[in-house]
Design a protein around this ligand. Sequence first.
Ligand SMILES: C[S@@+](CC[C@H](N)C(=O)[O-])C[C@H]1O[C@@H](n2cnc3c(N)ncnc32)[C@H](O)[C@@H]1O
Length: 380
Amino acid sequence: MPADLSARAHAAGSAATTGIDASAVSTAVEDLDRLVLLGIAAELHRATRLGAPGAHRPEPAAEDLGAAVRHRWIVGHWLAALHEAGLARRDAQGRYHGLHRPSRAELAVARTRMENAAAVLGYPPALAGMLLRSLRLIPELLRDEVGVQALLYPDGEPATAEAVYRDNTVSRYLNLAAAEAVRDLAERSPRPLRALELGAGIGATTADLLPALAGRPVESYLFTDLSPFFLDVARRRFDAPFLRYGLLDLAGGLPGRPGGLDLVVAATAAHNAPHVGRLLDQVARRLAPGGRVLLIETVREHAQSLTTMPPALSPREGPGPPPRHDGRAGTTRTYLTRAEWRDRLARAGLRVEADLPPDGDPLTPLSQRLFVATVPMEPS
Ligand SMILES: C[S@@+](CC[C@H](N)C(=O)[O-])C[C@H]1O[C@@H](n2cnc3c(N)ncnc32)[C@H](O)[C@@H]1O
């Protein structure tokens, strides 16, 4: 087992971080979160009873907004985040009061700070633009008149989706580090690689992994997602003889036989499994000894994604939140923490070889991580 995989993957990823102002990253992350929280608070004041005296439950406020049944849970999720940020108070009965009312001047300052923050974090204008658009469209999003796909693909163009999942500093770092782990695996694999990617979406990570496989023996790379839309996009985007495409719901089982895979990739996708521990157990069984799983995950409930992530998660048939049967059961949490991922990987019998970026790295405050874990070789 390569003891230095973590160092090499980090070095590969660091090509993306030259020039980053390390001292500005934490504040930039806070500024992005702050703008979204203030924007939500302003909209709740404008359109709901939450600004009126007294204590209020989230459900009537969701009705004030005309929220679709499947999205009503989101208002409670937002209020909990506002409470955690000190922007609303909650009584023992779970009712909210004292919601902060941002002034126009405060919102203008927050917007300027967000634009500076986006520059610090290497977010292209399309990403900052999507955040602002999502705040303007809160009522339409909650009423289900606008979908998250329309935010990610304005006018059918992929630039915004690329900005979110690929064309920014931390995504570049994580994808390059992941590619190094794949290159390393392909080099030492005793057989042509058999790979499965879960929730592959727009293929933002795939696009960096495929070059790492170029010229190396690959038996198959199965690109999967819940949505046929993404499979169509990927068919047009990629061209490699070993690529296959398939629909796969993380709520169901994984295809294939025990030991029939060498690589499983899930980039910002594995948290969609209703039970992450069960998913990782299945992954571990599908992987051959020496096989590797690569997870890219957000490990904190970011405020910056509050207007885009929850509407994408509400079950079609409602009411939300999405069903979770693991440690998130009974909560509206989307993500697991870093410690929870490490624990779930270990419980599945997988050995964590890389958990990046390393502590103290300028990118750590972004709370997006790459985990690389391996099925130990059988004792000979
Ligand atoms: C945040 S995006 C991932 C982006 C993608 N990995 C990329 O690099 O472009 C999450 C992806 O997970 C997919 N997804 C959501 N729920 C899923 C489920 N239950 N099973 C499989 N895929 C799912 C979505 O369709 C979406 O493409």
